[in-house]
Structures are given as C-alpha cells and as structure tokens.
Write a protein that binds this ligand. Structure first.
Ligand code: ZN
Length: 165
C-alpha cells in the first residue's frame, strides 16, 4: 500500500467523466487501499479516483476518522438515488484545490447506492457533512469540482485566491 500523488486543479483529468468499473479485480482492491492511505495522509475525509489520475467511478470516504475510530467506505459505481428538497450551503475544501474553500449549496439529505469491494450492493442515507461529502466526491467522477458549483463571480474570486497562493 502506498500514498499516491494527488492531482491539483486545473489538471485536465479532473474535468473528465469517469468510466464505470466493470469488475472488482485485485488491482481495484489495491487502488482502494492506496486511495485510503492517500486520503488519511493528506489528511482528508474523501478522495475520488480521478484525483489520483484514475478515470474510473470509485471514491473513498471516512467522515469520522478525525474524531473517532477509522470507518472507511469504498464506493464503486455510486449512484444518487433520492435527493431531498432541502438545500444546505456549506464550506467545502478539496484535496485537489488546496488552500481554498468554496461555499457550495447542495441537497441536505441524499440517498446513495454503490457496490462495495466485496461486490455487494449497498445503499445508505447521508445527511450533514456526509451528504455534502458524497455529492462532492460523486461530482469528481463527473469531472465537476467546487469551482463549477458556484456563481461566476464567486468562481473568479476563488480562482484568483487559488492562483495567488
Ligand atoms: Zn474534491
């Protein structure tokens, strides 16, 4: 297992739509373990495959580890099933856009389904930070980053802030 380099915006791989994973091979298991190592080392609470240069539909998340025991989840081919009507605006950081947080508005509660590393179909309801996190990571699989989720004015200001670092 190893810590992988994380691509930084505007790397073109962060703007591509990723392909579904066809099968859970030993390579996929290895990538998931490496992505978790990379996420914990960063440190972050979510990491999507394109952020380490792999254009496949997989992300890892552990929203609790900074406050509790590690509880990693590997999401393969995730799909948003149900989206609540209530919206919530929160500050989001991104390991590919270090040093900048964007205020992003998203559904406050979502239901997501995915395949786990054992090949089992899973689904769960997420709210609070978890809801924002799964939507942020799913965005990465569609080539979308936080800069794409804000107004044109906010985008310009955030990019200026990012580039001035
Ligand atoms: Zn991100």
């Amino acid at each position: 297992m190893s810590v992988l380099p994380i691509l930084k915006w505007p790397d073109p791989k962060l703007s591509q739509v990723c392909s579904p994973l066809e099968a859970i091979t030993p390579d996929v298991e290895c990538l998931a373990a490496d992505m978790l190592d990379t996420m914990y080392a960063a440190p972050g609470r979510g990491l999507a495959a394109p952020q380490v240069g792999v254009l496949q539909r997989m992300f890892v998340m552990d929203t609790e580890w900074k406050d509790a025991d590690p509880d990693p989840i590997v999401f393969i081919n995730p799909v948003l099933q149900e989206v609540g009507r209530d919206l919530k605006t929160g500050a989001e950081g991104c390991l590919s856009i270090p040093g900048v947080t964007a205020r992003v508005t998203r559904p406050a509660i979502v239901e997501m389904s995915w395949t786990n590393l054992a090949g089992e179909e899973c689904s769960a309801r997420f709210e609070g930070f978890g809801a924002a996190c799964v939507q942020h990571e799913l965005d990465h699989l569609n080539g979308v980053v936080t800069f794409d989720r804000v107004s044109q004015d906010d985008r310009a200001a955030l990019i200026a802030e990012y580039e001035a670092q």
